[in-house]
Design a protein around this ligand. Structure first.
Ligand SMILES: NC(=O)c1ccc[n+]([C@@H]2O[C@H](COP(=O)([O-])OP(=O)(O)OC[C@H]3O[C@@H](n4cnc5c(N)ncnc54)[C@H](O)[C@@H]3O)[C@@H](O)[C@H]2O)c1
Length: 251
């Protein structure tokens, strides 16, 4: 199927702040109509209005990635508003930094259920729809922590991100013949509210000293990486992970 990005529709989870918002804004700047979703529906609305004050090409809806019914309702919402949907960005996640020996089974399961379970259900619900349409692009936000075990983040977070790399391959294989690609982005520490919250100011020089390029990553660039995966021309790239980590992990 021939597709152009003109008027294509992308839905981003966890888009009210941080990388999700940068991803939505770069997709919007590239000509996509965007649905900004978040567990915090009011914050998602504000974020959407900041992109399009008229609320025409950037709209919002509440979506808790822990709930399959929310994914189904958000898909229905996007299709009703815009007629179709071509791109899903599974961005939302909870980040906890509890030391590994202090994580209770309940806390472990909660983080893995939200982060990994959310990507699983998102790929399943949207992947089915995209396969029926014969076209789609799914981009999953993983993390360097899923590749190297993490430094500032918890074992549950890191394990969920490792699982996302695997699920990306599973769904890529399942959907390849249907015109649907599934790829992952694995950022290292990005200049973002999450890193500011996790890394106290006095520890920042140590963190920067450990990054080969000596700087935090750029959130808009993460958005541009997502745009590349979201393009129709990206049809030949599936099941991959794009590392954006300042040289902290090399294959
Ligand atoms: N910031 C970084 O340096 C960095 C590095 C590697 C990977 N990542 C990944 O990028 C993604 C975004 O990270 P961020 O730094 O912007 O995080 P963030 O905590 O700043 O933002 C996460 C957003 O997701 C929302 N959210 C939380 N739980 C949700 C749920 N159950 N359902 C729907 N929305 C929910 C929050 O309300 C928030 O708006 C995550 O997947 C994270 O693991 C970030």
């Amino acid at each position: 199927m021939t597709q152009s990005t003109q008027a294509q529709v992308a839905l981003v989870t966890g888009a009210a702040q941080g990388l999700g918002f940068h991803i939505a804004s770069r997709l919007f700047a590239a000509g996509f109509r965007v649905v900004l979703t978040d567990v915090n529906g009011e914050a998602a609305k504000k974020a959407a209005l900041s992109l399009d004050p008229e609320g025409i090409n950037a709209i919002a809806c509440e979506l808790n990635i822990a709930r399959k019914a929310d994914f189904e309702a958000a898909l229905q919402f996007a299709v009703t508003k815009f007629g179709a949907l071509q791109v899903l960005v599974n961005n939302a996640a909870v980040t906890k930094a509890t030391p590994v020996m202090d994580i209770s089974p309940e806390e472990f399961n909660e983080v893995v259920n939200i982060n990994l379970g959310g990507v699983f259900v998102g790929c399943q619900v949207f992947g089915k729809y995209m396969a029926e349409q014969g076209y789609g692009r799914i981009i999953n936000m993983a993390s360097l922590a899923g590749q190297n075990g993490g430094t500032s983040t918890g074992a549950h977070y890191a394990a969920s991100k490792g699982g996302i790399l695997t699920l990306t391959k599973v769904f890529a294989k399942e959907l390849a013949s249907k015109g649907v690609t599934v790829n992952a982005v694995a950022p290292g520490p990005i200049d973002s509210p999450m890193v500011t919250a996790l890394v106290p100011e006095d520890r920042l020089p140590t963190l920067l000293g450990a990054i080969p390029v000596g700087r935090l990553g750029n959130a808009d660039f993460i958005g541009d990486v997502v745009v590349q995966f979201a393009r129709p021309e990206a049809y030949f790239t599936t099941g991959t992970t794009w590392d954006v980590n300042g040289g902290l992990f090399m294959r």
